[in-house]
Design a protein around this ligand. Structure first.
Ligand code: IPD
Length: 311
């Protein structure tokens, strides 16, 4: 890369100490006995916003005209760029400095085991393929969760998604609502399923994609239209502000989901999986409650979580 991946940054936001008991014997996946108070959660949101915005500036300012693929991950079309690594390194440095007792779960690096019961879940570029091609929808996603770093079991406390190209920042704190650049968000009122604009996404493995295409043939004829914008985090934030009515995707990683799902939920969305399971890698469905129930039924009928799409 022709850019400096670690520019000087503002000092991280000072936070009240986390109320969890720190203990070197506490396993990283244990649930905290209590959640932080509202003021601490609000401060965590401010830190998440600050981190996502700072990493977003790095990604924006450092993008060369032609981005090279540095490596591939789950398949030949699942790219990593130098900027994914630089952005994640920056996030890890800042989190370690501001919250040394917290764990870190990131897309591009080793898990950091914390002692506080809180874990930062970061996606340095969500929408890497868009970043690679210069298509506008990509973001830095930063969330902090309590309990095991697994979407089905964690309690998301705060999160922020910073859209790199246009600088929009969505943020949420548990029980305190969701905002875009400070403006409170509310999901759309439910309309008929046939009038719903539905966001979705596809995995990187050919076998999963084939099954996702099959499922799409059940969904597409029953809704207004489908959007595949290429960043799950942004999709969930667009849902939160009423630019999508529904969203579903199989195969999301925890870092794709963490901040965006909290933003959607705090804007009034139901966020769930299929067959009574919580949202997670098997399936995440989000939107206004009655339409989510219909879409869940449709996806279950289509066996959207079935073995056909398993990796
Ligand atoms: C991807 C994006 C995409 C979604 C994929 C994700 P990445 O994340 O969120 O919209 O459809 O499932 O893997 O790889 O760009 O961080």
């Amino acid at each position: 890369m022709s850019t400096d991946p670690t520019p000087e940054a503002a000092a991280p936001t000072a936070l009240p100490a986390t109320p969890h008991t720190s203990s070197s014997t506490t396993p990283p996946t244990s649930s905290p006995t209590s959640l932080p108070d509202d003021a601490t959660i609000a401060a965590l949101r401010a830190l998440a916003e600050e981190l996502a915005t700072e990493a977003g500036a790095l990604v924006r300012d450092g993008r060369p005209d032609r981005v090279e693929v540095a490596a591939t991950k789950s398949s030949a079309v699942d790219p990593v760029t130098e900027m994914d690594r630089a952005s994640e390194e920056l996030l890890r440095e800042r989190i370690a400095a501001a919250r040394p007792d917290d764990g870190i779960l990131g897309e591009e690096g080793a898990d950091v085991v914390g002692t506080s019961g809180l874990t930062w879940v970061v996606d340095p570029i969500d929408g890497t393929v868009n970043y690679l091609y210069g298509v506008a929808s990509y973001a830095v996603s930063v969330a902090v969760v309590a309990g095991p770093p697994d979407p089905a079991r964690w309690t998301a406390l705060a999160g922020a998604v910073h859209s790199v190209v246009d600088g929009r920042t969505w943020a949420a704190a548990r029980g305190q609502g969701a905002t875009r650049d400070g403006r409170a968000l509310q999901v759309n009122r439910p309309v008929e399923l046939s009038a719903c604009l539905v966001g979705t996404g596809f995995g990187y493995a050919a076998s999963r994609r084939a099954d996702q295409a099959r499922v799409l043939t059940h969904v597409l004829p029953r809704v207004r239209d489908i959007r595949r914008l290429g960043s799950a985090a942004i999709d969930l934030c667009l849902l939160a502000e009423g630019r999508l009515d529904l969203y579903y995707e199989r195969g999301l990683n925890p870092w794709d989901l963490a901040a965006g799902a909290l933003v959607a939920a705090e804007a009034g969305a139901t966020v769930t999986g299929l067959r009574g399971e919580p949202a997670g890698s098997t399936m995440a469905v989000a939107g206004a409650a009655p339409r989510v129930a219909e879409l869940v039924r449709l996806l279950e009928e289509a066996d959207a979580d079935g073995p056909g799409g398993a990796l």
